[in-house]
Design a protein. Sequence first.
Length: 313
Amino acid sequence: MDRVALIYNPASGQYSAGRKAAIDEVLGVLRAAGVEADAFVSETVGSAEEYAKQAVREGRDAILACGGDGTVHAVLQSVVGTETALGVIPLGTANALAANLGLVGSPAKAARKLVDAVPTRIPVGRIHFQNGTGPDSRYFLVAAGVGADALLMSRMEPGLKRKLGYALYVIEAFKIWATHPFPLFEASFSSNGHGPDRVTQVSQLLAVRIRSFGGMLNQFVPGATLHSDALHLIAFGTRSRLHYFNFLLAAVAGRHTFAKNIELVETATVDCRAINGDTLYVEADGEVLGHLPARMETVPDAMNLLVPRGAEP
């Protein structure tokens, strides 16, 4: 890689005060390796995507998303379908994709791993949904969900997120578990030509593209991988708080299993629609996007991802 653009949000993550110094260190690592690198500050909604589009037009070899999964998500929208590779420098509150790629530790350490990373062609997820003006769609790399997880993301107030970090996720997740009614919605899984589609009612649906979220949620969804052309989903066919609680405890301990009420589903597509007049949020890569109805699918051979040597995402 010869020409690289770094895109970063100065306010994301818990360490925004030292963000400029971290970016300067990353630039130093890249330039010492002979890489032409420039940094772009994403300070407004949509500016990360605009900078990414500009980098693609300029023929940059790669764009490094310096932040959390939200920054990665913004850059992703512009690199799908191009030859420009996406790389990740972990600087956010949630760095699930970086953890899955083995990019842990300091930003400078991650940059050293990316200098000789291999651009790898992978599929991506895509979610179609409704927003305030009509139908829309977004690509995703980490996960997309309908139900309680999207409600959780909607409660991530930016100021508190910067102050409390990962602890805010835990606090709000407990509040949702204790008070949310977990309304059911309809999910229709494609049969891939083998009989009719299967339709069921669920209270939570999560499509996962990565093997490990790092930390407590290692191996959260068995079989999930960035290389898969299929969707790997956890479908919660229950409204029971006890079932949710027991499953999450088992997942943290690495002993979770799947049964009829909480099952692991592999499918090409899934269509979701609300029932009983409920308005249910959808999210992708931690970003709240809109509401049902929604459709999830994968886009094969979609983009180049910078995968560090030795990583097995």
